[in-house]
Design a protein around this ligand. Structure first.
Ligand SMILES: Nc1ncnc2c1ncn2[C@@H]1O[C@H](COP(=O)(O)OP(=O)(O)OP(=O)(O)O)[C@@H](O)[C@H]1O
Ligand SMILES: [Mg+2]
Length: 202
């Protein structure tokens, strides 16, 4: 048995920091950990990086970007993730973003939520989702120059609200909201505690 968890939250909320910290934490406890980031390195992932680059702004519609994200996810599933999960070589698989990001970001850009859900119908669902929550002020403090879209304050504020709705969109999914403004170590411990409970339950 293994556990597939994903880290979610607005830009700068600490997802990558926690993915790395959790990898260290569980590796030190003799657990095998696999971490991946979305968009991934599939051919579709490379297209996404091009699409959301500042220079391509407004060139592609949110629907087109939604398709690219879904394709990257499906390609990564076929090329990597499904094998990783089935092989049982890892105890813990950590995704830095997932289809929940698509739901939150693209629905705010006007894409129909039901269509987004359908588009992502065949992706591998994580066992647990951790949403790191930070305020807009904390994000401003943390962020430096950014070359990607989604940077406007107003949009970021809407994202914070949209993330809160994930539980309504997916009432059956295990979604934990975590205060992302606490010390990095404390957040890692809090997430690790929930994961350890599940791993022990195997
Ligand atoms: N709990 C924390 N307290 C203070 N600073 C933090 C905390 N977690 C992360 N940071 C800092 O905030 C910045 C953004 O963190 P990180 O890159 O992990 O966010 P992210 O969610 O991966 O962002 P993105 O969506 O842009 O990839 C980094 O400089 C990181 O060191
Ligand atoms: Mg990151």
């Amino acid at each position: 048995m293994n556990l597939y968890i994903v880290l979610e939250g607005i830009d700068g909320s600490g997802k990558t920091t926690q993915a790395n910290a959790l990898r260290e934490y569980f590796t030190s406890k003799e657990r095998k950990v696999f971490v991946f980031h979305e968009p991934t390195y599939t051919k579709a992932g490379l297209i996404i990086k091009e699409m959301i680059n500042k220079n391509s702004r407004d060139k592609y519609s949110p629907e087109t970007i939604s398709l690219a994200f879904a394709l990257d996810r499906m390609m990564y599933k076929d090329e990597v993730l499904e094998k990783i999960i089935k092989s049982n070589r890892y105890d813990l698989i950590i995704g830095d973003r997932s289809f929940y990001s698509s739901i939150v970001y693209q629905s705010l850009q006007g894409v129909d939520v039901e269509w987004l859900k359908l588009l992502n119908n065949y992706v591998i669902k994580p066992d647990i989702v951790f949403v790191l929550e930070i305020s807009i002020e904390e994000q401003m403090k943390r962020r430096g120059e950014s070359n990607i879209i989604y940077e406007k304050r107003e949009f970021q504020e809407k994202l914070i609200e949209e993330y809160k709705k994930l539980k309504e969109y997916f009432p059956n999914d295990e979604i934990h909201y975590i205060n992302g403004e606490k010390a990095i170590d404390d957040i890692t411990k809090e997430i690790a505690h929930t994961i350890e409970d599940k791993l022990k339950g195997d």
